[in-house]
Design a protein around this ligand. Structure first.
Ligand code: SF4
Ligand code: SF4
Length: 378
């Protein structure tokens, strides 16, 4: 091997189920490009079965270091590079050259990722994370995507280039069980603590497959995102008439940002001033969340509890102010998302979305807006 040639290990942790046929076809085309259009580099392929993600990732790093690679590109088995599905020649497969170029140009850069979106069916956040004031990690919002190189505190492990020399400075095991933090946040945190920087090139977009037919990209998010506003929710007026709001008597359900569009500090302040709405926050301890979780001490909005005058109220227990004599005073379509997604059932209703955790995640990008609203309404 020519000593001046850079070598890159492509590491793919694989689930036991077969990936989408689109990914299989896409990665074969990527391999073709690596052979034909990346002639200045040497590549190694490390594929590891993934029962526990951290073991697969550690094993990929071990192989890469043993082979003397300069960089390790972690690629998950549910991504798609050619999101245009051109089936022809595509410059999208040259994205890795761009990432390598960033690394070559800045020796202080420890990790650089490409942009992709969460494949869950609600918010589809960009998988680019920043730390909040309490040290928890949260996804940046869609308008914060710069379309170029931007600093991040963590990037998604599904498309992440790591400088191999960072592993000289951080001790093994590099990746650990995902008890508190995902493996991507773990490694970005360690790399930053070792003095390297973490970046995302958000001009490079990779698709995230949800199924054979559904690939989440910036172009498909609108159609694939089942927002709380679009989802019909669950209504069973017969059962609810008999029950007369058992849940509503013990704790109001959560509202989501989609219930207050456009979300502005002045708009929220007006709602808070009515006394019908309150700011609550997720307390990681009581929710059995790790203390450095993304959503620790994350604000969200919910209907106020009858008799509780506090603007910020974490008492959680009590009757919702919107509960009338025998039913909710709000029309079904006007209820907070958490209420619409409570499925009435004999023997106990089921929360199908809009839970406290969902709300904390959804409101995380609006922390500053909520703080401003609290000040304005106090
Ligand atoms: S949603 Fe469930 S708890 Fe609420 S009123 Fe209907 S049946 Fe009762
Ligand atoms: S808004 Fe209506 S449905 Fe929701 S908790 Fe309050 S009373 Fe119940």
């Amino acid at each position: 091997m020519d000593d001046l040639r850079k070598s890159i290990c492509i590491g793919i942790p694989c689930y036991s189920t077969l990936p989408s046929y689109q990914t299989l076809e896409d990665y074969m085309r990527f391999a073709y490009y690596l052979g034909r259009r990346y002639e200045e580099y040497d590549f190694f392929l490390a594929i590891r079965g993934k029962k526990e993600q951290f073991r697969a990732r550690n094993s990929i790093v071990e192989e890469a270091l043993r082979a003397g690679c300069d960089y390790i590109f972690m690629l998950d088995d549910d991504q798609i590079i050619d999101i245009d599905k051109s089936m022809l020649a595509s410059s999208r497969y040259l994205f890795l050259k761009k990432l390598i170029g960033h690394m070559d140009a800045d020796p202080g850069m420890g990790i650089v990722g490409a942009l992709y979106y969460q494949k869950g069916d609600t918010e589809c956040w960009p998988v680019v994370m920043q730390k909040n004031s309490t040290g928890g990690y949260f996804f940046i919002s869609h308008p914060e995507i710069a379309g170029g190189m931007q600093r991040a505190d963590a990037v998604g492990g599904g498309a992440m280039l790591i400088r191999a020399s960072v592993f000289d400075k951080i001790g093994s095991p590099w990746f650990e069980p995902e008890l508190d933090l995902g493996t991507d946040i773990q490694i970005c945190k360690k790399v930053e603590e070792a003095g390297f920087t973490v970046w995302c090139d958000t001009s490079i977009e990779i698709g995230h497959t949800r199924s054979d037919r559904e690939v989440v990209t910036s172009k498909t998010i609108k159609a694939l995102k089942r927002s709380y506003a679009d989802a019909p929710g669950y209504e069973n007026s017969e059962l609810c008439t008999i029950c007369k709001g058992d849940c509503c008597k013990s704790m109001p359900a959560c509202a989501m940002p989609i219930d207050f569009l456009p979300v502005t500090a002045s708009g929220l302040a007006e709602k808070l001033k009515t006394g019908k709405w309150a700011v609550d926050w997720l307390d990681a301890d009581t929710m059995d969340e790790p203390s450095d979780s993304t959503v620790n001490k994350a604000y969200f909005i919910r209907p106020a509890v009858r008799g509780a005058d506090a603007l910020c109220d974490t008492s959680k227990q009590g009757e919702c102010v919107f509960l009338g004599a025998d039913r909710c005073e709000l029309e079904f379509s006007d209820r907070p998302s958490g209420c619409k997604h409570l499925e009435p059932k004999d023997g106990g209703c089921l929360a199908r979305g809009g839970t406290v955790r969902d709300a904390a995640m959804a409101w995380a990008p609006y922390r500053g807006v909520i703080e401003e609203a609290i000040n304005a309404a106090s």
